[in-house]
Design a protein around this ligand. Structure first.
Ligand code: HEM
Length: 209
């Protein structure tokens, strides 16, 4: 029994990362399949833009959930998924941007720039993606070494700003449709994930005082 449990743990340790990697690719694979199979509904372009936006936000929440989960569940090994989830967040953000630029703007850069200026929710979406860029570019071990742990950590606090801006983008987009139900769910999730960090920082400060 002890041996089989040990074996299962070894298998889990070996397979968990590739499994999560494949899982993160499932939405993109499904969208590509559905696009070719004509299964995206009456407005495929809108479905692609919206689904990729949804998955960017979901993966951002999943990335932010790693630290609270590993602390609350006493599972420090969960940290190994954080970088991958963060990079997949950026990947879906870029896909979302490509879908919008291609289907809504037909790759006309002047139209794209004009739309970014004209529609505040697009401006906020663009700011969110731009803020994610330095995080994605400095996600490697080499970048952590080059920046030094403290500076790297400071830079990566930008992820909290991306969560707030992503929510604002979603809120603003749905405000035009007077539809806030889903936004409220994501807002509650992000509030819990960021609120937990604020509480923990306060607790640490109290212990140090
Ligand atoms: C990386 C950060 C971003 C996140 C997390 C994000 C998230 C989202 C979400 C959740 C939606 C709503 C999907 C739904 O209704 O189910 C959405 C819609 C949309 N986003 Fe983003 N977005 C981001 C960046 C961008 C960028 C950079 C652009 C364009 C420059 C953009 C343009 C749009 C458009 C055009 C829609 C659909 C609007 C509509 O159908 O009326 N987003 N986004």
């Amino acid at each position: 029994m002890a041996i089989s449990q040990h074996g299962a743990v070894r298998w889990w340790n070996r397979l968990a990362k590739p499994a999560v990697f494949l899982l993160c690719l499932v939405p993109a694979a499904w969208l590509i399949y559905a696009a070719f199979a004509n299964a995206l509904g009456p407005n495929p372009a809108e479905a692609l833009i919206r689904s990729t936006g949804d998955w960017t936000l979901r993966l951002l929440c999943a990335t932010l959930a790693i630290t609270p989960l590993r602390t609350v569940l006493h599972k420090p090994s969960l940290a190994r998924f954080r970088r991958m989830l963060g990079l997949f967040t950026f990947f879906y953000g870029v896909l979302h941007f490509i879908c919008y630029s291609f289907f809504d703007m037909e790759w006309v850069w002047a139209d794209l720039a004009a739309d970014i200026i004209k529609r505040p929710f697009i401006l906020v979406g663009t700011a969110t993606l731009l803020l994610m860029l330095p995080l994605a570019l400095t996600s490697s071990n080499r970048a952590i070494k080059a920046l030094g742990g403290a500076r790297w950590q400071k830079l990566h606090r930008l992820v909290y700003a991306t969560a707030v801006l992503a929510l604002l983008h979603f809120f603003w987009m749905r405000a035009g449709k007077n539809d806030f139900a889903e936004v409220a769910v994501y807002a509650a999730v992000v509030a819990c994930l960021l609120g937990w960090r604020v509480q923990r920082a306060r607790h640490k400060r109290r212990l140090q005082a």
